[in-house]
Design a protein around this ligand. Structure first.
Ligand SMILES: *[C@@H]1O[C@H](CO)[C@@H](O)[C@H](O)[C@H]1NC(C)=O
Ligand SMILES: *[C@@H]1O[C@H](CO)[C@@H](O)[C@H](O)[C@H]1NC(C)=O
Ligand SMILES: *[C@@H]1O[C@H](CO)[C@@H](O)[C@H](O)[C@H]1NC(C)=O
Length: 293
């Protein structure tokens, strides 16, 4: 048999095993192997071959009027491929008991920037006197049920911000990777919410404060990964398993959220007025199933 014919026969054999056309499937390796029917992938590197786009950092947002008027950066962030999968958030949250500083998300804190001869996505938080101008991206999908989420990221800036990559349904179905800029640069937080009980006491198994393996620090590029399967959450860093939890593994269809925020509270810490923090992302991949049959 010539090789072309062999390929055709093999393809026919594979096709015969599926009822209709074979759906794509994505297998994960590691201690939580699974197969997922769907994939979202965005690579923010090398988006500016001419070197003419995405030059500077957009101006910091210093008023609510600027925040409301800010458009989404033209280019990749307005492309069909990006808009299909992600929504840049513009909501805000008021001061509350453990959030002494108001928070307002803005289009202008999510942008592509050129550095180190490449490009990457940036989420920024900037502290004003009376509010923190923050950044958030949510998947358009809110029916993700089990996923392997991977991204390559680094964080720098003022020690009063929280960079989050997480699944979200509500505050009892939420699985988090968080980098607190007030932490030492080799510490990460992995949490399945709720982190506190109804009396406000911390639940010890909910949140882990981990030392990043292999001498890694979050100010440099690292590959973060959260595998959410039925009854098990597993966190990896640069391919190495770091933490597993069976406590409060989310059961509800969820969104995936990336954000960088601060509210002056005890978790994020308090940013200095006039200071900024940055979450930079080279790529993100989400292998997932949905709650739809
Ligand atoms: C995802 O769905 C496929 C069927 O489309 C199934 O074979 C697979 O086991 C599911 N993966 C997980 C992690 O539930
Ligand atoms: C935003 O604020 C930070 C912190 O003060 C500063 O380093 C940065 O240059 C500012 N960005 C712009 C575009 O001015
Ligand atoms: C998730 O939400 C469901 C429905 O509200 C709730 O019953 C459950 O306790 C929540 N948490 C987990 C981990 O399932």
């Amino acid at each position: 048999m010539n090789s072309l014919l062999k390929i055709a026969v093999l393809a026919a054999v594979v096709a015969a095993q599926c009822t209709d056309s074979c759906p794509p499937s994505h297998a994960t390796e590691g201690a939580s192997p699974a197969t997922y029917a769907h994939r979202i992938f965005h690579d923010f590197r090398n988006l500016d071959e001419t070197g003419s786009l995405y030059q500077g950092e957009p101006a910091n947002i210093t008023t609510d009027a600027e925040s409301a008027a800010a458009p989404v950066q033209e280019g990749y962030l307005t492309s069909d491929a990006f808009v299909r999968d992600w929504g840049i958030q513009t909501w805000g949250s008021p001061v509350s008991e453990d959030s002494p500083v108001r928070k307002q998300y803005s289009n202008q804190n999510v942008y592509i920037q050129t550095t180190d001869d490449s490009t990457h996505l940036v989420l920024r938080a900037y502290r004003n006197d009376d509010f923190i101008s923050a950044a958030e991206l949510d998947t358009k999908l809110s029916n993700i049920l089990h996923a392997s989420i991977r991204l390559r990221a680094r964080v720098h800036g003022d020690p009063g911000a929280c960079a989050g990559f997480f699944t979200y349904f509500d505050n009892k179905n939420e699985s988090d990777i968080e980098i607190l800029t007030r932490d030492p640069t080799d510490h990460l937080r992995y949490t399945n919410q709720p982190g506190v009980d109804d009396e406000g006491n911390e639940i010890p198994e909910a949140s882990s404060d981990v030392v990043m393996p292999g001498g890694a620090v979050w100010t440099e590029w690292n590959e973060h990964r959260l595998d959410w399967t039925e009854g098990l959450s597993l966190w990896y860093l640069n391919g190495a398993e770091v933490v597993r939890k069976t406590y409060s593994v989310p059961t509800e269809p969820s969104s995936v959220i990336l954000n960088l925020w601060g509210d002056g509270g005890s978790w994020s810490g308090e940013m200095e007025v006039g200071a900024a923090a940055y979450l930079e992302i080279e790529w993100i991949e989400i292998l997932y199933n949905t709650s739809d049959a």
